[in-house]
Design a protein around this ligand. Structure first.
Ligand code: ADP
Ligand code: TRP
Length: 330
């Protein structure tokens, strides 16, 4: 059995980029009985940006409801909340002591902040807290604790999986074979789903389409997607069109081929947008209703998470014992 591990941070409305890049591939993996999925809500990672008690709780429940509404079967997957697994934080510290500071200096989220500060000619670490700096170490603990073979993520997370591999090798080399080396999995066609403005769809750019927004709003947001001024009759390049990338994430292979052909013949942007709405709404209609039902019953979600935590801890407690013995802590 191969293990598959991924986490989503409860940092805001889940958008279709999160869905197409991370959640949908993870759910597709669940159809394979040879795989053992461990999916979780990365609320400890969210602490870095969410500093509001009620909001963190609310967003955590929303991420849980999203996974379940989209078809995650909690009987089949081990589905839990990161903060319910204290073993992760012990492993985080052990790994921190094998991590060179230089490696963290090069991690992209931190590096991006430093570059931004340098450009603004202010102290390079302005606005950087240790949660951000250590972020890749905790993420490595999440992955290595459950012996992940595969980690489905969006392209922006690849460097973190590579760091987890480095740390696993470092640990194995120092204390003997303990961790599997994880691989990332990227859904190729949607490696980076564009947002309304054509940049990567991201909560930080406020260019998102929330996954479960009401049909009217969905339609309105799709209309706002930036296009060029080419005429309907003009030939269009599907590879450079954000609309096409989004369409591909929701359409069948045949529908995608047909759309590609129509791009090459010339098609009006309005028509592409209508087709996009149709395929998106087709896929999201039922989960949207389920989501609304679930979110109205937070106690039920909590129950599921409690079962998930117990299941996850039956693995992590054993693994941590092995790790501590190797290190000399037990
Ligand atoms: P955001 O950039 O909106 O803050 P997160 O960093 O919380 O999103 O990402 C959660 C998961 O969704 C990650 O695996 C990430 O790679 C994936 N993801 C986020 N945005 C996109 C996107 N635009 N296209 C594809 N995958 C994405
Ligand atoms: N860092 C991931 C993100 O920003 C979330 C995450 C935390 C994660 N731990 C993980 C993803 C472990 C995969 C595996 O989206």
């Amino acid at each position: 059995m191969k293990r598959i591990v991924t986490g989503i941070k409860p940092t805001g409305d889940i958008h279709i980029g999160n869905y197409a890049g991370a959640i949908k591939p993870a759910l597709n993996f669940m159809k394979d009985n040879q795989l053992e999925p461990f999916y979780f809500i990365a609320n400890m990672h969210a602490l870095n940006s969410v500093k509001d008690t009620d909001l963190l709780k609310k967003q955590t429940l929303e991420v849980a409801a999203t996974w379940i509404a989209l078809g995650l079967d909690p009987q089949k997957a081990t589905f839990f909340r990161q903060s319910d697994i204290p073993e992760l934080f012990e492993l985080n510290w052990i790994l921190a002591n094998l991590t060179s500071k230089g490696l963290m200096n090069r991690a992209h989220a931190y590096k991006a902040m430093v570059d931004q500060n340098n450009r603004a000619d202010i102290d390079m670490d302005t606005g950087v807290n240790m949660g951000l700096f250590n972020y890749p170490i905790l993420m490595s603990a999440d992955i290595l604790m459950f012996n992940a073979d595969v980690v489905p993520v969006g392209k922006d997370q690849v460097q973190h999986i590579e760091i987890a591999r480095d740390l696993a090798e470092q640990f194995n080399h120092t204390f003997g074979e303990t961790f599997k080396l994880p691989n990332y999995y990227i859904e190729k066609e949607v490696a980076v789903l564009p947002g309304l403005d054509g940049r990567k769809m991201s909560k930080s750019y406020q260019n998102t389409i929330p996954l479960f927004c009401k049909p009217k709003r969905l339609q309105k947001l799709i209309k706002q997607i930036k296009t060029d001024s080419s005429l309907p009759s003009e030939r269009k390049d599907p590879t450079s069109s954000p609309l096409f990338t989004m369409y591909q994430a929701f359409a069948t292979a045949d529908e995608t081929l047909e759309m590609k052909r129509r791009f090459e013949l010339g098609i009006g942007w309005g028509e592409v947008k209508e087709s996009l709405y149709t395929v998106m709404n087709r896929e999201l209609e039922k989960p949207r209703v389920k989501y609304e039902e679930l979110i109205a019953q937070p106690a039920e979600i909590e129950k599921l998470l409690a079962v998930g935590a117990e299941k996850a801890r039956s693995y992590s407690a054993k693994k941590l014992k092995e790790i501590k013995e190797k290190v000399g802590l037990l």
